[in-house]
Design a protein around this ligand. Structure first.
Ligand code: ZN
Length: 242
């Protein structure tokens, strides 16, 4: 195992490296040591939770790869996972299939865990399924929403509408997070708010530079459940520059 990009490389599945970000290691370590529930129990629970998140991301990644995308890696953070994908499919039908693949995996896992009697992991996966399908662009449901709109309004206008809806839903997340209170939800809401706006700006740029086509050398797209990476855009640009 080695450290790279502030993360521990724990292995790879069908050639896709799976990394645990250092913040995740710290959070799990903290809970394992401070919780009264027992060290081993917390570690097993973390394995179940983040294994489920990794499988959700693998669902997106495998379908994207079928459409010719390149998957750099899957990074797991305390609040979710991010798959770094180059050359994401842009046809609405393909985009919709990639977006739906993650929630579908979560739904199947929920059923599996339910049958096996792991109720906690079953409900967690059901939550991953439901939450990610909310039409809050750039979450999975928001991508499905954009893909449907793209058929009639074109990709740029569809992204504008989906990102606007996403913005309002994020404000609801933050307000709900304040009153619950849930720090995670506040964080996710703020992160998604800016991620959605950034992606809309990038697509606008894409159209301004080349109105007749969509070049593939622009920053790729991160996939939820709640995408959660600092300086993500910058890392993408560095990646394409080198
Ligand atoms: Zn997802």
């Amino acid at each position: 195992m080695k450290m790279e990009r502030n993360a521990l490389l724990v292995g790879s599945v069908i050639g896709i490296p799976i990394r645990l970000h250092i913040s995740l290691l710290l959070v799990v370590g903290f809970f394992a040591l401070s919780s009264g529930a027992g060290f081993l129990w917390i570690l097993l629970l973390a394995l179940g939770i983040f294994g489920s998140v990794a499988l959700h991301e693998l669902g997106h990644s495998i379908v994207a790869r079928l459409f010719g995308s390149y998957i750099h890696d899957i990074m797991l953070y305390p609040f979710g996972g991010v798959a770094r994908i180059s050359n994401m499919p842009k046809r609405p039908e393909s985009e919709m299939l990639v977006a739906l693949a993650g929630p579908l995996v979560s739904l199947l896992l929920a059923l599996l865990f339910w049958i096996l009697g792991f109720r906690l992991l079953a409900s967690l996966n059901l939550m991953l399924f439901g939450f990610n399908l909310l039409p809050a662009f750039p979450m999975d449901g928001g991508r499905v929403f954009r893909a449907i709109l793209s058929k009639r309004k074109g990709r740029l206008e569809a992204t504008r509408i989906a990102a606007t809806w996403g913005k309002y839903i994020c404000i609801i997340f933050v307000l709900y997070g304040i009153f619950s209170p849930s720090v995670a939800l506040i964080f996710i809401g703020i992160y998604l708010y800016f991620a959605g706006q950034t992606e809309y700006r990038l697509i606008k740029m894409e159209y301004q530079t080349d109105p007749f086509g969509t070049p593939d050398d622009l920053p790729g797209i991160e996939v939820s459940p709640p995408p959660y990476a600092k300086n993500f855009e910058k890392k993408w640009k560095d990646l394409f520059r080198s």
